[in-house]
Design a protein around this ligand. Structure first.
Ligand SMILES: CC(C)(COP(=O)(O)OP(=O)(O)OC[C@H]1O[C@@H](n2cnc3c(N)ncnc32)[C@H](O)[C@@H]1OP(=O)(O)O)[C@@H](O)C(=O)NCCC(=O)NCCS
Ligand SMILES: [Zn+2]
Length: 365
């Protein structure tokens, strides 16, 4: 993208062999990818996030670079090397926030950044880690996740991708200053540009969360999903998303002792497009499972029966979720505020209280 590229390519150029930035057609040109991504709905979301940001961004077309607020400067970076020292800081943020026993080890984090599973096999999805560093170079906020392909019923990629957020964490001292929002903006810019370079479109961002961060996700455009009651169109029930186990017994393929399913709140943004359909939601959930919960065949060594039991276990959870969607009416997507407004108009909501692990408030019905 710099002059080297132009210099090298101009010498051997024939008409039409180069893109307007001087990169040989067929080679990846970052600027062309940015231009292509800009024609997509996701870019309207990027522009909106940037327009409403409290920070000024030095390079608004680039996921990394400097951001500034009232003279305070921060740097956003994508961590691409699995031996980056920043990953130790990111791991520290995770452990301080969620507890050491709740998060994967630093070794697994580093392997994931390299695009490898804990079993050493190639993952197909690279774990993206975006960090915000303060003027002293300390990591004060991070957003992590992966760009996942969506697959249709025949198990073929649809050409659409979804950015799944794994974690968003800001250092306790620096919260509510807009840092996670900036890291998130960078994450979807990067993911949108990446999708273009694969000839695909970033159609959604999504994740599974506890209730504590709903306000934050609402602010960046995400909402929870509610199913209309087939008998009473005034009643809506939140979708019952279940995260399958994360640890499995290699001999049986089933959840390891002490590991099991966890109900969570599913949240999605469709970047100002039509709200996601039931099919979009299903493809999103199956993409989560494919990346996070389904282990590669290699994990079950020479035990095809265990691998099959493992696939069956995960599929059953997905099928149950799908059945529930199909047994209910239309899906609507609402922020916390939008639910309050809808209540004012007489709608009733039942939240997915199981995902709140005993902390939920009272229900409407
Ligand atoms: C959720 C979290 C990452 C937000 O980080 P942050 O840097 O404080 O978020 P930002 O300052 O960028 O917030 C963006 C917007 O959301 C709002 N927001 C953030 N946290 C909020 C909260 N707890 N309550 C209400 N609003 C909140 C901010 O006020 C801001 O609103 P504005 O755009 O109108 O100014 C941070 O609170 C955190 O680390 N929490 C613990 C870990 C966690 O639960 N992560 C999420 C699931 S993995
Ligand atoms: Zn170009």
């Amino acid at each position: 993208m710099g002059f080297e590229h132009i210099g090298i390519n101009l010498g051997k150029s024939s008409e039409g062999a180069l893109c307007p930035h001087g990169v040989a057609r067929g080679d990846k040109c970052e600027e062309c990818m940015v231009e292509a991504a800009k024609s997509r709905p996701v870019w309207r979301t990027v522009k909106k996030l940037q327009r409403e940001s409290k920070f000024s961004r030095q390079s608004p077309d680039s996921p990394s670079g400097e951001i500034e607020i009232n003279g305070d400067k921060f740097k956003i970076e994508a961590i691409e090397r699995s031996d980056s020292p920043e990953l130790t800081e990111v791991q520290g943020l995770f452990e301080r926030t969620f507890g050491k026993e709740e998060v994967d080890s630093e070794e697994i984090l580093r392997a994931a950044v390299e695009g490898k599973t804990p079993f050493g096999t190639k993952d197909g999805v690279v774990y993206k880690v975006f960090v915000v560093k303060n003027a002293e170079g300390k990591v004060v906020s991070t957003v992590t996740g992966g760009s996942l392909d969506l697959y249709d019923e025949q198990n073929k990629p649809t050409g659409k991708k979804m950015f799944m957020v794994a974690y968003a964490v800001t250092d306790k001292e620096c919260r509510q200053g807009g840092l996670a929002r900036e890291a998130y903006t960078s994450a979807i810019m990067d993911s949108a540009i990446d999708a273009e370079s694969d000839g695909k479109e970033l159609a959604f961002a999504a994740g599974e969360f506890t209730y504590t961060s709903e306000n934050f996700w609402n602010k960046v455009g995400w909402s929870r999903s509610y199913m209309e009651n087939p008998e009473d169109p005034k009643k809506y029930e939140e979708v019952k998303y279940v995260q399958p186990a994360l640890d499995f017994d290699e001999d049986t393929g089933l959840p390891a002792e002490g590991s099991g399913e966890a109900p969570e709140h599913l949240m999605i943004d469709s970047f100002g497009q039509q709200p996601p359909s039931k099919i979009d939601v299903m493809q999103t959930v199956r993409a989560f499972y494919r990346w996070n919960n389904i282990w590669p065949q290699e994990a079950f060594k020479d035990n095809p029966a265990a691998y099959q039991a493992h696939l069956d276990y995960n599929n059953k959870i997905a099928d149950e979720f799908e059945g529930d969607l199909n047994n209910n009416g239309q899906l609507i997507f609402l922020t916390k505020e939008a639910r309050e407004r809808a209540r004012g108009k007489g709608l009733l909501f039942r939240e997915y209280a199981a995902a709140d692990h005993g902390q939920a408030g009272k229900e409407d019905f």
